[in-house]
Design a binder for this molecule. Structure first.
Ligand code: ACO
Length: 307
């Protein structure tokens, strides 16, 4: 019955046990997990676009090979995550449909343009750095298939972060023009990276319930602070300036104080008004229709059986 099911679920959560696909779970938990996992999967797949645009223009064979591997990893992450959503009863085709009809979200960060090759480095350093900060605690998320997917994803994200930082280190040892490209990319990506963690806690409708269910282990603001504290020494080692005049070490708090991102911009980008939203969805819709024949052929083959 519903009441014993919810008791077993509550006990499992209280004891920090994992919830597995066949376990009873409240409908709200299932819905929240599908929402978060689908949004995460969509982000990985849409996230292939901004950097994918640079594969044909990478400056060396080595950079091209690294970038190609990285973008393929993002596709893999999207696929594990769609599989995790399927364990909750979601249908992959339906999730894609919701994405291309604008009924499900994906991360705001992928709605900004990649204007120079330095953006590839900065996305690795800051965007993948923020993703790691957000996703390492998700390895302990209460839903088993999601938490386990996160372990491999985080390992690969850590390679992505390092390749980005190494690329930037190389450019910073280069010409003044290359150094200026890096600084320009940092100036454009810093604030959007802070927005990846979501709205401030006071304006985050889902955090309290997701923390109670141990889906999220930290609030949006806690993770944003952790990311700022982590990035400041890395920026110094690189020799770039983070574009925030309010950024300073606060001895008393043991953390950096920092300025607020433009929250109106985050809202605008989430609701479709970012520079690249239309293009990202257009491209995804095109890939979906270009691939329709492959799905149809695979389904027809499967229907014939194995004989
Ligand atoms: N971009 C787009 N949508 C966002 C963003 C963002 N940066 N931040 C928050 N939102 C959405 C939430 O999904 C939620 O939408 P919904 O309730 O309409 O579905 C709404 O804004 C309110 O936010 P919160 O109440 O804070 O939502 P939540 O508790 O889900 O926290 C967060 C948001 C932190 C992004 C969480 O869902 C999460 O940790 N997701 C997993 C990580 C992820 O998706 N990463 C993708 C980007 S990184 C990468 O893939 C490389």
């Amino acid at each position: 019955t519903a009441s014993t099911a919810s008791t077993a679920f509550d006990e499992a959560i209280a004891r920090d046990q994992r919830i597995e696909p066949a376990d009873d779970m409240p409908e709200g938990y299932r819905k929240t997990m599908i929402r978060q996992i689908a949004q995460h999967a969509h982000s990985e797949i849409i996230g292939m676009q901004p950097e994918g645009e640079w594969i044909t223009r990478a400056p060396t064979l080595r950079r091209k090979a690294i970038l190609l591997a990285k973008v393929q990893d993002e596709a893999g992450h999207g696929l594990y995550l769609y599989s995790a959503a399927e364990t909750l009863g979601a249908d992959r085709g339906d999730l894609t449909q919701r994405l291309i009809e604008g009924r499900q979200k994906y991360s705001s960060i992928f709605n900004y343009p990649t204007l120079s090759f330095a953006d590839v480095g900065v996305i690795g350093w800051l965007v993948d750095g923020a993703a790691i900060c957000n996703q390492v605690p998700l390895c302990r998320s209460s839903y088993g298939p999601y938490a386990r997917a996160m372990i491999r994803i985080c390992k690969e994200e850590s390679f992505h972060q390092r390749q980005g930082y190494e690329l930037l280190m190389t450019m910073m040892r280069g010409t003044p023009e290359q150094q200026a490209m890096v600084q320009d990319a940092v100036d454009r990506w810093w604030w959007p990276s802070l927005m990846m963690f979501g709205p401030p806690d006071a304006e985050s409708p889902n955090t309290a319930q997701s923390m109670a269910w141990k889906i999220k282990r930290h609030t949006n603001d806690e993770l944003r602070q952790r990311f700022v504290d982590m990035s400041v020494p890395q920026a110094a080692a690189l020799g770039v300036t983070l574009p925030d005049p309010e950024l300073r070490w606060n001895e008393e708090r043991g953390h950096h104080d920092f300025g607020q991102p433009d929250w109106a911009e985050l809202k605008r980008v989430i609701t479709g008004g970012g520079v690249m939203n239309e293009e990202r969805i257009r491209r995804r819709r095109e890939a979906d229709s270009d691939g329709a024949w492959v799905r149809e052929a695979a389904a027809a083959h499967a229907a014939k059986g194995t004989s």
